[in-house]
Design a protein around this ligand. Structure first.
Ligand SMILES: [Ca+2]
Length: 340
């Protein structure tokens, strides 16, 4: 039976790569991100920047605006609260309750189209690859796939009976090797009905089966209304060792202790559980467990800016190298604001 789904228009798309300012992380002891009143001050290397009301200022002998990072009225204009429930206002559509608690087992989906829409768990997908290398091209491809006007070009997201952690299906995500100068490969399932802010607990639990390749990040929680989508993400290094990174400014990282050296194994189901307490100071905290072994437990800043809302969650191959195939299955995804 063909079910016509209501698609959510005009949700923002985030980009990969670095934040608008700041480059790769440095080990300089002076690096810091500090909330000062209604400003966020960033010291990165020899630069001092401040963000206030969405504007980034370079601070030196004078204070010079250098760019607009986000619309300071976005949150106020996009969300409404009723009886402590937060709703996202979707123009020409209505209000949709944000999703801070949900479970996804992929069992009833026949195609990715069954997973995306106003009445299911996800609102979008990001399939960036050789055939859709730019934001405009992957947004266009997404629309065509969701309308049934196109199949995937190279990278794919498919419910699959090949592997499952539970039930009958999991979700297979695939990115294809290319030598065509692509910056990053992506095949992720996304929701922009997420809403996590200062003082909130973000809990994530999911089963992953890495069949092939080296995904660079698996879970990406970010502010999609800001340029380049700053936020916090679960990353894997070249040897598939996990870390969590605040994707902002000098990119502070949450890592395994020196004596701990775990990698995500290939060829088996692995359970990842993540807790992030969101705070714009060192009172934030990140904990990561793999198969119930706690790998990371570190305090630190977990929120980019004091008033930031992480309104987008991407899961799957949220980044992978362009020069190799990556095949990642996932199943039994759970998100919660109160514990998992
Ligand atoms: Ca399943």
């Amino acid at each position: 039976m063909l079910i016509k789904r209501r698609f959510i228009p005009n949700l923002l798309i985030s980009l990969f790569s670095v934040v608008a300012f700041g480059s790769a992380s440095t080990a300089w002891a002076t690096n810091s991100i500090t909330t000062i009143g209604n400003k966020t001050r960033i010291v990165a290397g020899n630069r001092t920047l401040e963000v206030e009301q969405g504007i980034v200022y370079e601070v030196g002998e004078s204070r010079t605006p250098i760019e607009q990072l986000y619309d300071p009225n976005f949150v106020q204009n996009t969300y409404t609260k009723n009886a402590n429930i937060i709703y996202r206002i979707i123009p020409n559509h209505g209000n949709l309750q944000v999703k801070r608690n949900f479970t996804e087992n992929f069992d009833s989906a026949n195609t990715v189209r069954d997973l995306i829409g106003a009445d299911v768990n996800w609102t979008a997908m990001t399939v960036q690859g050789e055939g859709s290398p730019t934001v405009a091209s992957y947004v266009d491809l997404r629309h065509k796939i969701l309308r049934g006007q196109s199949d995937f070009l190279d990278n794919r997201i498919d419910p699959s009976t090949q592997r499952k952690h539970s039930g009958t299906k999991s979700l297979r995500t695939f990115t294809k090797a290319t030598t065509n100068g692509l910056d990053v490969n992506k095949s992720s399932l996304d929701t922009e009905l997420t809403f996590f802010a200062r003082g909130d607990d973000f809990w994530f639990s999911g089963w992953f089966f890495l069949e092939q390749g080296k995904p660079a990040s698996l879970i990406d929680l970010e502010s999609a209304y800001m340029k380049e989508g700053p936020g916090i993400r679960l990353m894997l290094d070249d040897e598939l060792r996990p870390s969590v990174q605040l994707k902002f400014a000098y990119k502070p990282a949450f890592k395994m202790p020196q004596q701990t050296n775990y990698s995500l194994p290939t060829g088996k189901w692995v359970h990842l559980r993540l807790h992030i307490y969101l705070m714009d100071s060192d009172a934030g905290r990140v904990r990561l467990w793999m198969d119930n072994t706690k790998l990371i437990d570190q305090a630190g800043r977990t929120l980019t800016m004091f008033d930031a809302v992480y309104n987008s969650l991407q899961v799957g191959i949220t980044a992978a190298p362009p020069n190799m195939n990556t095949v990642l299955y996932m199943d039994d995804i759970r998100v919660s604001d109160s514990g998992l």
